[in-house]
Write a new protein. Structure first.
Length: 231
């Protein structure tokens, strides 16, 4: 079945693919994860707030993002962010954002909707009495959330947050549609140049599977360690 399969092209191009492509992919994943969790946590707190306006705005944002295909969001942000930036700065022309920054903003905003629901479940898993205890100590809503509720919610939801990050890592390959040199994009350029589509795309699939499977196994072990023993 592998007759004519060129193993040498993988050996020759792998350093370039990891140095240029995987570095971009991991950087985008890490930054989007941090930004998405921060923004998602704020959205979760807004959804749980007693102010209906805040809750409605956050709920609408989450529902819109989760109901829209990611590839469309990527295109929207890639073409709209320069215009929005120019409008905010009062410029007459779109500002130069760049493919990386546009992709980062896209994934932060999109993944925040999913991190929001994860954090909302984590916050709701904390006994309501702890909120009242914080109020009894004279803490405000935001202080109670930041000092009492969120630390416990993060611990409870850490495995789920990491699982969503694995999905984010896989989703970053969609920046390929913008001709960005991520890991898949680097492989595609080599495949088109040398006419070795089977070798390159098979290698990419194996690498993504190995990384995702390894991280999933780590998350399972972490979940077992964090699990509260039953009595």
């Amino acid at each position: 079945m592998l007759t004519g399969f060129d193993w040498d092209i993988i050996r020759r191009t792998a350093p370039y693919m990891f140095r240029e492509g995987m570095t971009f992919t991991l950087t985008l994943t890490a930054l989007a994860m941090v930004g998405g969790i921060v923004f998602g946590t704020l959205l979760a707190m807004m959804r749980l707030a007693s102010y209906r306006t805040l809750s409605t705005v956050a709920s609408t944002y989450v529902n819109v993002m989760r109901s829209t295909p990611l590839v469309l969001v990527i295109f929207w942000f890639y073409f709209l962010v320069p215009w929005i930036g120019g409008w905010l700065l009062g410029a007459t022309r779109p500002i130069q954002v760049g493919a990386f920054l546009s992709s980062l903003i896209t994934f932060m905003m999109f993944e925040a909707a999913y991190y929001c629901e994860i954090m909302r479940a984590g916050i709701q898993s904390i006994p309501r009495g702890q909120m009242w205890a914080g109020y009894a100590l004279g803490l405000s809503y935001w202080q109670t959330m930041g000092q009492i509720v969120l630390p416990q919610a993060f611990r409870n939801m850490l495995p789920v947050l990491l699982t969503q990050t694995i999905i984010l890592f896989q989703d970053t390959s969609l920046v390929y549609v913008l001709s960005i040199t991520d890991f898949l994009g680097a492989a595609s350029k080599i495949a088109q140049r040398d006419g070795r589509l089977v070798e390159m795309y098979l290698f990419v699939a194996v690498v993504y599977f190995a990384i995702s499977f390894g991280l999933s196994s780590f998350v399972k072990r972490l979940q077992l360690r964090l699990a509260v023993p039953s009595r």
